[in-house]
Ligand binder design. Structure first.
Ligand code: PAF
Length: 294
């Protein structure tokens, strides 16, 4: 069984830490403050409530790290990884389970020896308290390293612990698809302070169509043909399936936290720029969401 250090103790960090511990992996939560050597992680699910205990350490005292799972907000990744950089084994495996794109490449430039993987999940969970979450909806988890057909040795245990988890050799396309859906739903819900379902009606529905048109253009140009062809149908399906939810970006905005807009719409616009595509509504939303905190 692999030993995992986990950065980020939000809903996803807790969900994965809980699943890995339950399956027998040794999990250490790396936290800002670690007053106790062990802490309880509690997950409320459809089948009841279950708790496990995990080791807790601070970055300074975390010991040698061979497998690092990063579940922080996108804008915290660089600092979080830097905080444990001195403890990373030369060729440590780092799995980024975060929103947005572009961070794996940035991390690889800063730490060329690291073996970096990316993941994306449709699991639904929200935080009820410190290390206490509600697992609200079951989904699937996709992990990969672009261009690597076969998973590494640690993946067997990981996929055995995490429900409906599979290896994806073309992980970039999976990440892009998630990013494309997020570009359509997250900024609109954050700017209009509405739940996802409100995007299916009226003027917001028209903006969804325009965003999808822009996202499709960029997707075609960047070579993500399946996303280009299906974005509107896929976004509408997610809007319907999550109609009652507040998007993660709306939750961040309501809580006065920074949002992940630069890693979601910002990344899309970078790619649009490379291909000379304007994407005006995405541009306007990027500016509006950036202004939400100022
Ligand atoms: O970021 C989110 O909230 C989710 O990815 C999604 C799919 C937009 C549903 O709320």
């Amino acid at each position: 069984m692999s030993r995992w250090h986990v950065l980020g103790a939000g809903a996803m960090g807790c969900l994965f830490a809980h699943a890995l511990t339950r399956a027998g992996s040794e999990v250490t939560l790396v936290r800002k403050h670690a007053p106790r050597a062990r802490a309880t992680v509690t997950v409320e699910g459809a089948d009841g409530t279950e708790s496990v205990t995990c080791a807790t350490v601070t970055a300074k005292s975390c010991g040698s790290v061979a497998h690092l799972l990063v579940t922080t907000k996108a804008y915290d990744v660089a600092n979080a990884v830097a905080s444990v950089a001195d403890h990373l084994q030369g060729n440590a495996s780092v799995l980024l389970m975060i929103n947005g794109m572009g961070l794996a490449e940035a991390l690889a430039r800063s730490y060329p020896a690291l073996d970096i993987y990316c993941g994306t999940t449709t699991e639904g969970a929200y935080r009820k308290g410190d290390l206490h979450i509600r697992h609200a909806g079951r989904g699937s988890t996709t992990v990969g390293q672009e261009g690597r057909p076969e998973p590494p040795a640690w993946f067997g245990d990981f996929a055995g612990a995490v429900e409906a988890c599979h290896w994806e050799p073309d992980i970039d396309s999976a990440l892009w698809h998630k990013l494309a859906v997020n570009c359509v739903i997250n900024p609109l819900t954050a700017v209009h302070r509405c739940r996802n379902g409100a995007l299916a009606e009226g003027e917001l529905r028209e903006q969804v169509t325009q965003l999808c048109r822009e996202v499709a253009q960029v997707s075609y140009a960047a070579g993500y043909t399946r996303t280009a062809q299906n974005i509107e149908a896929d976004a509408l399906r997610v809007i319907a399936a999550t109609a009652a939810n507040r998007s993660s970006m709306l939750q961040d905005a309501l809580a006065g936290r920074p949002t992940e807009i630069d890693f979601i719409t910002g990344h899309l616009l970078e790619r649009a720029g490379e291909h000379g595509i304007a994407a005006p509504l995405n541009n306007a939303l990027l500016r509006e969401v950036r202004r939400l905190r100022t």
